[in-house]
Design a protein around this ligand. Structure first.
Ligand code: CO8
Length: 267
């Protein structure tokens, strides 16, 4: 999956564990991190082609126990013009769209601070697991800024518009318990190591399912998110048709009827 200046990328079992590593700056999303994520997602978009599934899920975490990602790089932003700021925002937004377009689920394993761009990176993942010391927030108003990597859209999708407005207007930090309670976080773990292990265990479980079906569920759920019920149901029926044509469906249904475990071909 390549080597990257600011990312540690390791295949661990069925999972690709991606660790954002800029320990001196709380893993902040400097331009180089954005470019590295861009290059990595380019490779990952090819997973599943020709029935090849080297990994069944991606786990994104941050180096160390203090921070997942403490946001955009504030030191870099100090020197930027408004045009450069917008370019930076659009480039990272494209990375978040790519994460949503990947053929395998992506789990954010949040250890410590996930602020600003860090919270937005986590929300571009399919779902979020967190350690008990995790802290989320969109503190851009403290800097005279606004969310720039998708927070204004995705936070409301996760926690509802009223809660999202409060979090974004006040910039307040949300601890792990509250993040769990309001639905931003799916599951809590005791510490940084446990959250990554928990995410890897979920990927191992995903690897026992039809990769084509999981991939289609992911695509479908992203597609229907902004549609009306009727439009969404139409997409769902089309996806159902597509699933029916897969070798995975033939094997899954055969195995059920034969009372066997399926061995999915992944096509
Ligand atoms: N960028 C650059 N450096 C950072 C960042 C950051 N976001 N966060 C922390 N650092 C650096 C600190 O400057 C410090 O460096 P040094 O040791 O050289 O002084 C080091 O990391 C350790 O940080 P602290 O000493 O502050 O550690 P604390 O444990 O006291 O505090 C916090 C940790 C609470 C995470 C604190 O560092 C903090 O508040 N960081 C900033 C969080 C923040 O505001 N994030 C949002 C940034 S804005 C954003 O993400 C908008 C996204 C869209 C942008 C659109 C494009 C223009």
């Amino acid at each position: 999956f390549g080597t990257y200046e600011t990312l540690i990328v390791e295949q661990q079992g069925k999972a690709l564990v991606v660790t954002v590593s800029r320990p001196k700056a709380m893993n902040a999303l400097a331009g180089q991190v954005v470019e590295d994520l861009w290059a990595l997602t380019e490779v990952l978009l090819g997973v599943g082609r020709d029935g090849e599934w080297p990994v069944h899920g991606v786990v994104i975490t941050g180096a160390g126990e203090k921070a997942f990602v403490a946001g955009a790089d504030i030191v870099e932003m100090q020197q930027m013009t408004a045009e450069q700021g917008e370019t930076y925002s659009r480039r990272m937004q494209d990375v978040t769209l790519r994460l949503e377009a990947l053929p395998v689920p992506v789990i954010a394993a949040v250890n410590g601070f996930a602020l600003g761009g860090g919270c937005e990176l986590a929300m571009a993942c399919d779902f979020i697991y967190a350690s008990r010391n995790a802290k989320f927030g969109q503190p851009e108003v403290n800097l005279g800024l606004v969310p720039g990597f998708g927070g204004s859209v995705r936070l409301a999708d996760r926690v509802g518009i009223g809660m999202a407005r409060e979090i974004i207007y006040t910039g307040r930090a949300i601890d792990a318990e509250e993040a769990h309670r309001i639905g931003l976080v799916n599951r809590l773990f005791d510490d940084a190591a446990a959250v990554v292990e928990g995410a890897k265990a979920t990927v191992a479980e995903l690897a026992t399912k039809s990769p084509m079906a999981v991939s289609t569920c992911k695509r479908l759920m992203n597609e229907v998110a902004s549609l009306s019920t009727a439009e969404g149901l139409d997409k769902e029926a089309s996806a159902f048709h597509t699933a029916f044509e897969t070798e995975d469906k033939v094997e899954g249904v055969r195995a059920f009827v034969a009372k066997e475990r399926p061995t999915f071909p992944g096509r």
